[in-house]
Design a protein around this ligand. Structure first.
Ligand SMILES: Cc1cc2nc3c(=O)[nH]c(=O)nc-3n(C[C@H](O)[C@H](O)[C@H](O)COP(=O)(O)O)c2cc1C
Length: 354
């Protein structure tokens, strides 16, 4: 039987346990450049005992940022500041991961604490025009995206590939392609946002083509000995949208491209979708996808040590990722290990507290 605090080896990388920090945008950067905030924030969570610490959605292109303050890795200038992030995570015993993405039709918005995160119009100096598979806006108030040409699709795939190469240069050992939450790659595979008539729209095979080709480009430069993950939205929670069955069909296709693990989130592409949130509400998605023979991460309202332990023990997922709970408590993993009666690798400086 596998436990939460058992190590996990994927390719050449071993996580000390199966607790991960879910990628979370901090919206705290100038020109996408990493800074002291990111080093402190992610370093603290490595000190706190997590096995995997995944840096937030990091843009492959400036137009792929959600807000003007997002993290980015679209140029070589972004590499050196990020080496401080990977170093602090590794020094403190965790594996440094990064999520790379493009915000698609949900780009060019304010950060949540400015103007309620409202979209920024293209003609506002702080904003920019957004792109997507089809000219269908996320919601009124959001920009109508300009439909990407096939050449532009290939350019973005190359941007993902080049960003992966830079992530490697910065010292990351775990790469996650962001294909969830209503951002560009999700816009392509969901029939609700993709109305194209060419090779990238219509049938299931055509709608997932953007994601499959992107992953293929990334895997070309991301080394064989390092794990590659993809975050999907396992369902749109909307009739006529992307479904759990679609995710189950997609999983072996991604595995065939060298993807090791699917991080199973949901929603984000349909404004006002009715999402039945509750403790562990996305775990069944991870379990369904895992049934196809690929490793999964479960995420979403996982807050209790016993709950996380049960997900691993019952083989519903291989890793649990915590988001908001990790913002409240960077020491969650250390405390959870103690609570579950497992050996706790407390930093010696903190031993008197545990
Ligand atoms: C502040 C904040 C920022 C987030 N940014 C990202 C992100 O960059 N990429 C992503 O895939 N999900 C992002 N999410 C979603 C989380 O990774 C996670 O999937 C979600 O919060 C559900 O997990 P939780 O209930 O443990 O918080 C973010 C969530 C929060 C609260």
């Amino acid at each position: 039987m596998t436990h939460l605090f058992d190590p996990l080896t994927i390719r050449g990388v071993t996580l000390r346990n199966r607790v991960g920090v879910s990628p979370m945008c901090m919206y705290s950067y100038e020109d996408g450049l990493s800074n002291d905030w990111q080093v402190t924030h992610l370093g603290a969570r490595a000190v706190g005992g997590a096995g995997l610490v995944i840096a937030e959605a990091t843009a492959v292109d400036p137009a792929g940022r959600i807000t003007p303050h997002d993290a980015g890795l679209w140029s070589d200038d972004h590499i050196e500041p990020l080496t401080r992030v990977t170093k602090v995570i590794k020094t403190n015993g965790a594996v440094p991961g990064i999520q790379i993405g493009h915000a698609g039709r949900k780009a060019s918005t304010n950060r949540p604490w400015t103007d309620n995160g409202q979209p920024i119009p293209a003609d506002n100096p702080a904003g920019w025009p957004v792109v997507g598979p089809s000219p269908v806006a996320f919601n009124c108030g959001y920009q109508v995206p300009r439909e990407l040409t096939v050449d532009e699709i290939h350019t973005i795939q190359n941007q993902f590939r080049d960003t992966a190469r830079r992530a490697l240069a910065a010292g990351f050992e775990w790469l996650e392609v962001h294909a969830a939450h209503g951002y560009l790659l999700h816009n392509f595979y969901s029939p609700l946002s993709n109305h194209r008539m060419d090779d990238y729209g219509g049938s299931f095979e055509n709608r997932v083509r953007m994601l499959i080709e992107t992953v293929r480009a990334v895997r070309q430069v991301w080394p064989e000995n390092l794990p590659l993950a993809v975050r999907i939205s396992g369902t749109d929670w909307t009739d006529g949208g992307w479904s759990v069955d679609d995710s189950v069909k997609l999983a072996p296709m991604l595995k065939a491209e060298g993807v090791d693990l699917l991080d199973c989130s949901s929603g984000g592409n349909v404004h006002g979708a009715k999402i039945p949130t509750g403790p562990g509400y996305q775990v069944p998605l991870a379990e369904a996808v895992r049934g196809t023979g690929i490793m999964t991460a479960a995420v979403g309202l996982i807050t209790l040590p016993e709950q996380a332990e049960e997900i691993i023990r019952d083989e519903q997922a291989d890793i649990v990722l915590l988001g908001r709970e990790m913002l409240r408590n960077p020491y969650w993993a250390l405390q959870a290990a103690q609570k579950l009666g497992r050996k706790v690798d407390v930093p010696p400086q903190y031993l008197r507290a545990f």
